[in-house]
Design a protein around this ligand. Sequence first.
Ligand code: HEM
Length: 149
Amino acid sequence: MTGAPELKAPKKAVSHSTLGRAQRWSWIFQRVSGVLLIGLIAVHLTVNLVMGDGINQIDFAFVAGKLANPFWQWFDFTMLVLAMIHGANGMRMIINDYAQTPWIAATLHWALRISTVVIVILGTLVLFTFDPCPAGSDPSLLPSFCEDI
Ligand code: HEM
């Protein structure tokens, strides 16, 4: 066989007015989180890639300096949670539309749930347990405020 396997057409779309309560909230959440993510990611990319030295400024000291600031910790946390739920919710709908047997759908749904929870937990741990001044490191690689500690 050559090329990608043929994909069956997705199941028929239902009109928004016939959606159940949970599906309606999921529909609204995708739109609201999508708009919020555009703003959050625009700020993220501007601060990291446009302001200051742009991409050249990104090193340990830069990331450590940001993650030592509660504003950026909570900013990144909001972006992490919204992006992960938005992405997982979108993937859930794609699985519902394209999985061809209940067994495949259930397996993919569980893989998605587990990977989403693991990534949110690991990402949150990074944001709130990050040590900006690890003992014994070369001071030239650390943010300047580590000298005062
Ligand atoms: C070329 C593009 C990008 C670059 C250079 C970049 C760079 C970085 C850097 C340096 C950090 C460390 C902390 C911080 O700066 O706040 C970070 C964290 C993060 N970025 Fe990006 N980023 C990019 C695109 C994106 C996009 C498109 C998203 C989509 C949501 C994203 C989501 C995140 C999240 C959620 C974190 C926090 C991760 C954690 O530690 O839990 N980034 N990024």
